[in-house]
Design a binder for this molecule. Structure first.
Ligand SMILES: [Zn+2]
Length: 153
């Protein structure tokens, strides 16, 4: 399991849920810009002014949050260069190792294992719809995360 997301959360997360990926990106020195005219879901670029994450704010809130976390992954994981991400890049069917790594980072950032465990085992919340709404992620993303953590089959 990658530790970058956990380290970032330990350093910069204000312990509020849902976790705000924009705050974390800003804390890490990346600028985050909403652009309703963006032709993609999200993009990451290393510009002369520094790292820049752009996201399409006409998409659903949970998609926007995942997009920002995914683009932040490209930055934090040192993928360099420029990324143009569309729903295919977020899909589980994507086999590009860099996209898989960015998706994993995003999942770990928005759905930390410790938070999931707290919600499920301490607060007794077992409903996927409720868990995903508390963490503001899609139900599919939550389902996949719970599977990865071995909590559902
Ligand atoms: Zn990507």
């Amino acid at each position: 399991m990658s530790t970058q997301a956990r380290e970032i959360l330990e350093k910069y997360w204000d312990k509020e849920i849902p976790i705000d990926p924009i705050k974390l990106a800003n804390a890490l020195g990346a600028e985050v810009k909403a652009d309703p005219d963006l032709a993609t879901s999200g993009e990451f670029n290393c510009t002369n002014d520094g790292p820049l994450i752009q996201y399409n704010n006409t998409e659903s809130k949970v998609r926007q949050r995942f997009t920002i976390a995914h683009e932040l992954g490209h930055f934090v994981l040192g993928h360099g260069g420029a990324y143009r991400d569309n729903p295919e890049e977020f899909s589980l069917a994507n086999h590009d190792p860099l996209e898989i790594a960015a998706n994993r980072f995003a999942a770990e950032l928005l759905m930390p294992e410790a938070v999931i465990n707290l919600l499920i085992f301490k607060k007794g919340i077992k409903d996927i719809a409720k868990l995903s709404s508390m963490l503001q992620v899609s139900q599919i993303a939550m389902q996949f995360r719970l599977k990865n953590l071995g909590l559902i089959s």
